[in-house]
Design a protein around this ligand. Structure first.
Ligand code: SF4
Length: 305
């Protein structure tokens, strides 16, 4: 393995395991904090948005590789939806963060900058991209928006380090704004990602078993798709069971509804016996323990967390 020297400090590491570890550490500050409350109810610290239902790549560890599961529909999130979400978040004084990632490549959305500038008034906004649509001018625009970090997953090889570092240099932006992640690895390194089956849709690699165990995702985060449908978590690539829709309901009412509370009761009782969780092998306890603890108490769950 090449020894790192003279590279920008924004390249995590060439060891894929270290890259995954650093990714977890980066999110700790926001996901492992004490939760905010509204009406005596803990609210999320992380909202993931899927701006566009399309990706220009086909990666074997991603459900986008199976067009029967996740076809490219090119449907896009509308600015009206973002404004409605912002109104709802103002009502609860939301001060969490956003991840612009989800089920497609966000840089393919032409309103990306406007969207980020609405969300950035509430908290940090990370954009996760494969970097393919990125050029110097777009990088400058993203840097000058309310984006807090741009995370580039490099799937092709080490040569991409020089390519993106030159782009950062040419754009004359703070090098710490961009994080480069090495993800060009093969099955012997789990493709450089935290490999999961995405609720039964990915079977390759050395996958963990599906087991009855707890999950904190529903305690600290929620995912909103292009059309406003809200889902349990980014692992749910089936997208058959929305827990609400942002255009039709208030954000807080979705967050605190009976459907999500039913999942929380299961997850905080160490059960995954309802769909789609009964097909999921993800470790749901990487983040969010403090959020889980307050939900555990609020929902009066007696068995241990
Ligand atoms: S058990 Fe899996 S599918 Fe269910 S909320 Fe947790 S991570 Fe998501």
């Amino acid at each position: 393995m090449r020894k790192l020297k003279n590279h920008l400090s924004n390249l995590y590491s060439l060891d894929p395991k270290k890259t995954i570890e650093n990714n977890i550490i980066r999110k700790k500050e926001i996901l492992d904090r004490d939760p905010q409350f509204f009406n005596n109810t803990p609210i999320p610290s992380w909202i993931e948005l899927s701006l566009i239902d399309a990706c220009n790549r086909v990666c074997s560890f991603c459900p986008k590789s199976d067009f029967d599961v996740a076809p490219n529909t090119y449907q896009k999130m509308n600015l009206n939806l973002i404004n409605k979400l912002a109104e709802d978040l103002k009502k609860i004084n939301y001060q969490g963060a956003f991840s612009i990632c989800g089920y497609g490549e966000p840089l393919l959305h032409k309103d990306l900058i406007e969207i980020v500038n609405v969300l950035g008034d509430f908290g940090g906004v990370e954009i996760v991209t494969n970097g393919d649509p990125l050029k110097v001018e777009l990088l400058k625009k993203i840097y000058n928006s309310k984006t807090s970090k741009l995370i580039i997953s490099m799937y092709d090889g080490e040569h991409q380090i020089d390519y993106f570092e030159k782009m950062v240099f040419d754009a004359k932006i703070d090098k710490n704004f961009v994080i480069l992640r090495n993800r060009w690895h093969d099955s012997s390194d789990d493709f450089g990602v935290k490999l999961t089956n995405r609720v039964g849709n990915i079977k390759i690699g050395n996958q963990p078993k599906i087991e009855q165990r707890g999950c904190y995702y529903t305690s600290y985060q929620i995912l909103i798709d292009w059309n406003g449908n809200a889902y349990l978590c980014p692992q749910d690539w089936d997208r058959r069971l929305p827990v609400g829709n942002i255009m039709l309901q208030d954000f807080f009412d979705i967050w605190n509804n009976n459907v999500l509370n039913k999942y929380r009761k299961k997850h905080l009782s160490n059960q995954r016996d309802i769909s789609p969780c009964n097909k999921c092998n993800a470790d749901g306890k990487v983040h969010g323990k403090k959020h889980a603890k307050v939900w555990h108490k609020k929902l009066k769950i007696f068995n241990e967390l």
